[in-house]
Design a protein around this ligand. Structure first.
Ligand code: PEP
Length: 251
């Protein structure tokens, strides 16, 4: 039985005080015997302070992005070993805002996934279609491309370190959520695709999270779907009470 994975993506929000306050509230509000893996993804500059505030709790810390080169002249970038050194366990790769606002390509995202695994960070590879792609019935095609290119060169053994997040772009930060049935349909498609690309065992073991306007009121229904193994939460993860409710609804 896979443990549900609940991740909070803080995006470019909080400041030096509110990031630590939020971490403190989560650490004191979380029930330690729940059966879920929980991680928060603060902005880079607050990672260390949030890690310190969460010390002694079971909540892990991840980065919202990473660069694939180990070191050198890459102004503005952050390496896997830098993140590992300050206690990060996870990193997002290919979040839709990085794909569609910053312009990251599947090829670049693939390099990040490979570098993360090589350096001991667990990548959360985000995939998902735009509204116009859904309306043109291209969801499966888009997700297939993003998964095939994002996972290129990874063996089944390495795939075991990857977490997939299906995040329909039209549902991110918009208040529109995919219905549980829409989410299940795509998660089922992703699992079958991974079984074709790898094997049945790898596909059944991999965790596939849903993300896109998750809130306390819809978390349990989404989590109730057979192929939804966890949630990637943006806006609602900035409020400790909401995020804690989502965690409770997920276990
Ligand atoms: C996200 O940041 O990945 C996300 C799903 O955001 P929101 O929950 O705000 O839609």
């Amino acid at each position: 039985m896979k443990k549900p994975f609940v991740a909070g993506n803080w995006k470019m929000n909080t400041d030096s005080r509110t990031s630590v306050d939020l971490a403190d509230s989560l650490a004191s509000g979380i029930v330690e015997n729940y059966n879920a893996t929980v991680a928060v993804f603060p902005p880079f500059v607050y990672l260390q302070a949030v890690r310190d505030a969460l010390d002694g709790s079971s909540i892990a810390v991840g980065a919202q992005d990473v660069y694939f080169e180990p070191d050198g002249a890459f102004t503005g970038e952050i390496s896997v070993s830098m993140l590992k050194e300050i206690g990060c366990n996870y990193c997002l790769c290919g979040h839709s805002e990085r794909r569609h606002v910053i312009g990251e390509t599947d090829k670049l995202i693939n390099k990040k996934v490979i570098a993360a695994i090589g350096g001991g960070l667990l990548p959360v590879l985000c995939v998902g279609e735009l509204l116009k792609e859904r309306e043109a019935s291209q969801t499966n095609e888009v997700v297939t491309r993003q998964l095939k290119e994002g996972l290129a060169g990874l063996s089944a053994e390495k795939l075991a370190a990857v977490i997939i997040a299906y995040e329909p772009v039209w549902a991110i930060g918009t208040g529109l959520t995919a219905t549980p049935q829409q989410a299940q349909e795509v998660h089922d498609f992703i699992r079958k695709l991974l079984a074709q690309m790898y094997d049945d065992e790898s596909a059944s073991e991999i965790r596939i999270l849903y993300g896109g306007s998750v809130k306390p009121s819809n978390a349990a229904d989404l989590m109730g779907q057979k192929d939804v193994d966890g949630l990637l939460v943006g806006g609602a993860s900035l409020k400790a009470d909401d995020f804690l409710s989502i965690i409770r609804a997920s276990v």
